[in-house]
Ligand binder design. Structure first.
Ligand SMILES: Cc1cc2nc3c(=O)[nH]c(=O)nc-3n(C[C@H](O)[C@H](O)[C@H](O)COP(=O)(O)O)c2cc1C
Length: 355
């Protein structure tokens, strides 16, 4: 309430990226002061017993994680668990530092609870990320690192560069995600093409020792016909998928935003993301772990994605619109809905929606 009535209107008067940077600085500060994480946990009310779950061999205190893009430079692992997240996906991290696209590159569509971004992987680079994760120590929840590609990387060198990032960050991550689905880098989504992806996954397999789970993040704009082949490949050479990244489609918007280039996230993405999760679950007969993401704002939205086949769920845009108490509220709602639906655990709900 306080966030929606007072803080959000103030933040929304600022440029969207400036507001994000301010939030990151504030959270970073709280993470460094003694007692800061405990204080934030007390204020955000982060407590969610009874939602534990195990997916791709890792144990999660609850199934609601932070999606990639919020903590691109791995600065906030000491503090983000205090908001209630059951896991964090950091990045996308690129091998070399790069500034990303020119600003402005992040826009709000407040009436739609949506964002459009064309950040283009601003990144401090993999070595800086590794140093920060090392000095922060183990986070209170599992941590995934999402790997992006430098804009100047020739596509033929993509497998090698993805693998180098994995190698540099291997000691500090519990799982990895290959981002081949960001719409803001020319040609990146072509890496979802079968042969390209096969080479990337082979390079990652060779670098991944001791073996940690590797997932592939998919675009909601993939053609239906591409999916079976791609999923077959992922089932042979990876451990799961993150579905979905942002979309270049504007069809789910109720009003024309004008010519804003970039990837759309938030409420208008919700049902397309859930439909894609359901399709993946059906095509893989429930054998491929799925992290579901896109437009999650409530416990009901989480349950919808679990029932479609996701074992875990993430959000980003929902945090911008819901504020620091959003995850705690979502977890409380999820708990009540699971109980009302007769599900004895998070895992018991996964894939129960009949298509
Ligand atoms: C500002 C912004 C930056 C993002 N950056 C990344 C990124 O670096 N890597 C990535 O895989 N996804 C990135 N995403 C996509 C999110 O991880 C997520 O897939 C998408 O926003 C849908 O979830 P949401 O509706 O809960 O935001 C970004 C999203 C936003 C809004």
């Amino acid at each position: 309430m306080l966030y929606e009535r007072v803080i959000r209107p103030l933040l929304f008067r600022m440029d969207a990226e400036a507001a994000h940077e301010r939030a990151v600085r504030g959270l970073g500060f709280l993470g460094r002061v003694p007692g800061g994480p405990a204080l934030l946990a007390a204020v955000a009310g982060a407590q969610a017993p009874g939602l534990r779950t195990t997916v791709f061999g890792l144990d999660f205190p609850n199934p609601v994680g932070l999606a990639a893009g919020f903590d691109k430079d791995c600065l906030l692992t000491p503090i983000l668990p205090s908001l209630g997240f059951g896991f964090l996906e950091l990045g996308s991290v690129t091998l070399r530092p790069q500034p990303g696209n020119p600003k402005p590159r992040l826009m709000r569509l407040p009436l739609e609870h949506a964002l459009i971004n064309r950040m283009g992987f601003p990144s401090a680079g993999a070595q800086a990320a590794a140093r920060r994760l090392q000095s922060a120590g183990r986070a209170a929840v599992p941590v995934g690192v999402n790997i992006g590609l430098n804009a100047d990387c020739p596509k033929a060198k993509a497998p090698e560069e993805y693998a180098l990032v994995l190698r540099l960050l291997h000691p500090w991550a519990d799982y990895f995600v290959v981002n081949v689905s960001c719409p803001n880098q020319t040609g990146l989504r072509d890496l979802q093409e079968r042969l390209q992806l096969e080479r990337i996954l082979a390079a990652l397999e060779a670098a991944n020792s001791p073996r940690k789970p590797v997932l592939v993040k998919l675009s909601p704009d993939l053609a239906d016909a591409q999916l079976p082949d791609l999923l077959g490949l992922i089932m042979r050479h990876a451990d799961g998928v993150v579905a979905v990244n942002t979309t270049t489609s504007r069809t789910a918007l109720s009003r024309d935003p004008g010519d804003i280039q970039g990837g759309l996230s938030g409420r208008p993405l919700r049902s397309a993301a859930t439909a894609m999760i359901a399709r993946i679950h059906r095509l893989t007969e429930g054998r491929l772990p799925i992290i579901g993401v896109g437009g999650v704002e409530t416990g009901g939205d989480v349950l919808e994605k679990l029932r479609a086949g996701a074992g875990l769920v993430q959000l980003y845009t929902g945090l911008v619109y819901g504020g620091p108490g959003a995850v705690t509220r979502v977890l409380r709602e999820l708990k009540a809905l699971l109980r009302a639906g007769g599900f004895s655990s998070v895992a018991a709900a996964v894939g129960t929606e009949k298509a």
